[in-house]
Design a protein. Structure first.
Ligand code: ADP
Ligand code: MG
Length: 337
């Protein structure tokens, strides 16, 4: 049973970045507007995510890290109208099985916060009062200690730095899709990235990419009925000389489906084709800068296909691709036949 537990854990939690992702999503599901992420030794010694969200009710605490416990859905029909990031009740339990976890939490009804120590099976072994205010702080110590993955993935300084960059990119994505969210990322006690609260996606995009980039972007909005699809975001302006200013040497493209950052190869490929047409060269080594926010009815997506939920199954992907293509066509003209 322990082996099964570890196998399934290792599917949800494969890296520092996947721990951060799960904890951020839990904070967002709890309506947090401020999230502080503190890493030590690239997250291997410590990952701490503090939020100012709803907190965890005393009655829910004993089961919070028990496999398949979730406070977010209560029937399979709820999956059809999913509005939260989490729904499987796996993350916290999985993190417990590969690290030492402390959870400090306080709801609006509590007088003070309590810090709980969890064991590897997600049970509470001790608790003590804490001084933190409303919200939840999850502290993950010694991730992957005694697991081969720790030696494999984090063997060199370069790999560690890459992982830190991935954490930052992930936070940038949530920062864009959640304009009113304030995020701080610290590593070894120094703040390495921060995003302030802003009032809309445009300002959020600007605050993470810089005003210069924003000047060369055009906003778009596109709706389709039946199936209902809403697209909005920013794409690079095509200059009169046929150039696109917004090409970056690092990944700066952000696609969201119902507020989830996703990897959609087809959409990226499509956008690239149009970019190559406009610039008349193969820009495959440069990344287009864009923000594409796709909203579809919750019943149209199945986020259950990969454990980290970054691949989603769209029940009418063709329609979505067509909608994206319509936006691209109206901005850049049609692709040559
Ligand atoms: P899921 O997110 O799929 O419900 P998790 O294992 O990530 O599963 O979390 C289990 C439960 O713990 C959640 O359903 C929620 O009730 C509670 N929880 C975890 N993190 C937080 C948080 N930051 N704020 C409030 N509740 C939380
Ligand atoms: Mg979760």
């Amino acid at each position: 049973a322990e082996t099964i537990r570890l196998i399934s854990s290792s599917q949800v939690i494969t890296s520092v970045v996947s721990v951060v992702k799960e904890l951020i999503e839990n904070a967002l599901d709890a309506n947090a507007t401020i999230i502080d992420i503190k890493l030590e030794n690239y997250g291997l010694s410590k990952i701490e995510v503090r939020d100012n969200g709803n907190g965890i009710k005393v009655a829910d605490v004993p089961v919070m890290a028990i496999k398949h416990y979730t406070s977010k859905i209560s029937s399979s029909e709820d999956l059809e109208r999913l509005t939260t990031y989490g729904f499987r009740g796996e993350a916290l339990g999985a993190i417990c099985s590969i690290s030492e976890v402390l959870v400090t939490t306080m709801t609006a009804d509590d007088d003070y916060s309590i810090q709980y120590t969890l064991d590897s099976s997600g049970h509470i072994t001790s608790k003590r009062p804490s001084h933190l205010g409303q919200g939840t702080t999850v502290t993950v110590l010694q991730l992957f200690n005694n697991f081969p993955v720790r030696k494999q993935f984090y063997s060199t300084n370069k790999k560690c730095k890459e992982e830190l960059k991935k954490v930052q990119d992930l936070l940038i994505a949530y920062g864009i899709i959640k304009p009113d969210l304030r995020i701080t990322l610290s590593h070894n006690k120094a703040v390495i990235w921060q995003k302030i609260r802003v009032s809309n996606h445009k300002m959020a995009f600007m605050s993470v990419l810089g005003t210069a980039v924003m000047g060369s972007m055009v906003p778009f909005q596109h709706c389709c009925k039946d199936p209902e699809i809403n697209l909005s975001g920013f794409l690079p302006k095509a200059e009169s000389d046929g150039s696109l200013t917004s090409l970056s040497s690092s990944e700066r493209s952000f696609v969201f489906i119902n507020n989830r950052p996703v990897h959609q190869k087809e959409i990226l490929k499509l956008i690239r084709e149009y970019y190559n047409m406009v610039t008349q060269k193969d820009s495959s080594r440069l990344y287009p800068v864009f923000f594409l926010n796709i909203t579809v009815p919750a019943s149209a997506v199945d986020v259950n296909i990969t454990p980290d939920k970054t691949q989603v199954l769209l029940h009418y992907k063709e329609s979505v691709l067509l909608a994206v293509e319509n936006v691209l066509k109206s901005l850049y003209g049609p692709l040559p036949a």
